[in-house]
Each structure stands twice: as C-alpha cells, then as structure tokens.
Design a protein around this ligand. Structure first.
Ligand code: GLY
Length: 364
C-alpha cells in the first residue's frame, strides 16, 4: 500500500502512474473495484462476470469512447442530455437487450457521464431482474461521484430521480484519458464535486496527478458508501452543498444537463455556491468559525467556481425548494459542517437560511 494511502479503500498505488490505482468499495458480496488511471478502459474484458457471453454497451452519440468487452457486443446510443433519464429510455435499452438475446448472466457496459451510468444502471438492475453492469465514466463528475456507489435511476415529469434502485456495478473503470477532451464547463462541474470532498477529508490534492486526485475522491466515496450503502444516514454527507444546488436547479438557474444553456449554472457550479451557503449557515448556527467559512470560499473559488447567487435568484423561492428536497423529511434538513465534520442537521430555522442566502448576494 502506498504511504500516501488515504484509507483502507485505496489498495494499490503506483506513484509512477503505470499501474492503475485500485480502490475497493467494501460491500461484501456486492463489493467491487474502481480502477483509476490513463487507459484503464482497456481492462474491461478482465472485469466481465464469469459466464458472460454478450455485452450491451450503453452510450451517447457525443461520447466517442470505444470499449472492447472481449465478447460479442452491441451498442445502444441513447439521446443526449438529462431528458434521456426517462422510463422510455429504460424500455428502449431493455428491448434492445431482449432483441440481442441478452441474458441475466451477460453484462451491460455504461460508457458516458452521469446520465448514462444512471439510466444504464437502472435498466441493468431491472433487466431479467438484475444483470451485471460495469461503468466506464467519461466525465470528471462521473468518475468522482455518479458512477460509484450504486445509485441508479430516472426522472419523472413530477421530479428528478424519483424511480431508481441501489444496484452496485460489478466494477468501475475511471479512465482519465477519456477526460482529455472535456469542455471547460464539464471540468468545472466535476470540480464542484471535488470541492465537496475537500470538506469530507480529501484535502491537498494540488500536487497530485489527475488519476491520484480522482482516486482520492473515489476512496472517500467508497468508504462512505461502504458504511451506509442505502443512505440510511451517513451517506447523506455526500450531498454536502447539494441542497441549495438542487434548489437552484429546480428554480431554473442551474442544470445537470450538459446541453444546458450558457446562462445556466452547471451542477458542480451550483454545488460550489451550495458549499459556501452551507458554510455561512453553519457559522450562523455557531457550528464553525470565520476561518472555516473562508476556507470554503477559498476552495470553491480556487476551482474557479462561483461563490454568489446568480442574479435574480429569489431567496424565498430557494427556501421553498430546499424544504421539498428529498433529504428533508419535513422541516429543513441540511448537511452542515461542524466540530465533528459534515453531518445532517434537522429542523434548521428558515430565518437563518435566509440570512445565509443574504451573505451570498453579489461578490463579497
Ligand atoms: N451522489 C451522492 C451519492 O451517491 O450518494
């Protein structure tokens, strides 16, 4: 094990960068490895379940990342953007698999960002009552978050991610080569999630290679998921900064959709604002001091992410959406920093939330 290992999940590390970094998600019989490094998608054939005779690759037109599962393979291309996260797409994938004579012992390979891994994972979890899926995330956000941990699902017109399952992948291949052509805003979106990890114990990434940075974040997520796979409690900390981000998305100021307008914030940019908001709120509640708030602002702006509310964002509307957030079981629940680290805090007083939002008006 490397002397820079952040925790038990980081099992092997080659400082020269020739060998993939392996991070184990310890979930007993559902446990799996996440391989991180340049070119790791070429390990795909060695990750297949024993007995798999066929593979279905699920991807999107713009992804352009080829994979070779080493068995006969068919490729289904789903539409671009968040609108592809629908039950109609799941039906399309499952019917494609049925026409290709896929069985439960075969394998789905999801190649793309969070939309692809979410929807392909859900299709795999349902097809023949559960077929293996291997994720090959091709965005930074996918590599440090969406592809790890087994949350799969689709949206309904009534809300996002309302239908889904916990279905752990058989393995995850975070090939850092696939990030080379990412647009600048996709990097920023991924950096929003990386900024979050800074407050969950993953600090000082600057001197590390990209693969090491990704692996450190993956190791953090792996440890949290292993401790609370189905989000009974602790896993909620992975949503640090997300309550305001989801409210900004619901209010139309931000979008998880890669094809969103230039004017809209990307998901990770909204998470950046959400982190600063959470810090201001934690300070108002006496949980952290000024220097920790400044640390939040420094990390977020260090990733070139915004630290202020977008013009026109109405605090009353945002509070309304935050109260409806899935993590709030009635009242207002937020993930907040404190002496013991980030944790869920229930029944947060709305007037303090308003005050914290006020601190995010315009550049300070
Ligand atoms: N993206 C948060 C989680 O996987 O729990």
């Amino acid at each position: 094990m490397s002397d820079r290992a952040p925790g038990s999940a980081w099992s092997q590390h080659d400082p020269g960068g020739l060998e993939p970094i392996r991070v184990r998600v310890e979930l007993g019989e559902r446990g799996y490895e996440v391989l991180v490094g340049p070119g790791v998608r070429r390990e795909l054939s060695s990750c297949l379940p024993p007995g798999a005779r066929r593979a279905t690759v699920v991807t999107q037109a713009g992804i352009g990342v080829d994979v070779d599962p080493g068995v006969p393979c068919q490729v289904v291309t789903i539409p671009d953007g968040e609108k592809a996260k629908s039950l109609a797409t799941v039906e399309e994938i499952c019917r494609f698999m049925a026409r290709g004579d896929m069985h439960r012992s075969d394998v789905v390979v999801a190649v793309g960002g969070g939309v692809v891994t979410d929807v392909a994972g859900y299709a795999a979890s349902s097809y023949h009552r559960g077929t293996a899926v291997i994720n090959v995330p091709t965005t930074l956000l996918g590599q440090v978050d969406a592809a790890i941990g087994g949350k799969t699902g689709v949206n309904l017109p009534e809300g996002k991610n309302l239908v889904g399952s916990f279905w752990q992948p058989l393995g995850v291949l975070c090939d850092t080569e696939t990030l080379a052509g990412l647009p600048a805003r996709e990097w920023r979106s991924g950096h929003g999630e990386m900024a979050k990890y800074a407050f969950l114990g993953v600090e000082d990434l600057d001197s590390l290679s990209l693969a090491e940075q990704v692996a450190r974040c993956v190791a953090c997520k792996a440890e949290v998921v292993a401790s609370d796979e189905r989000e009974g409690g602790r896993r909620m900390i992975l949503n640090y900064g997300h309550t305001l981000a989801h409210a900004l998305e619901a209010a139309g100021f931000a979008s998880e959709d890669a094809s969103s307008s230039e004017a809209e914030l990307r998901h990770g940019e909204a998470v950046g604002i959400g982190l600063v908001f959470a810090a201001e709120l934690a300070q108002l509640m006496g949980r952290i001091g000024t220097s920790r708030v400044e640390r939040h602002r420094g990390v977020v702006s260090g990733y070139d992410l915004p630290v202020s509310l977008p013009p026109g964002a109405d605090p009353a509307t945002l509070v309304q959406f935050m109260t409806r957030d899935k993590k709030s079981a009635g009242g207002l629940t937020l993930m907040l920093d404190g002496p013991g680290g980030v944790e869920p805090v229930h029944e947060v007083r709305p007037e303090l939330v308003h005050e914290a939002l006020d601190a995010l008006r315009g550049d300070r």
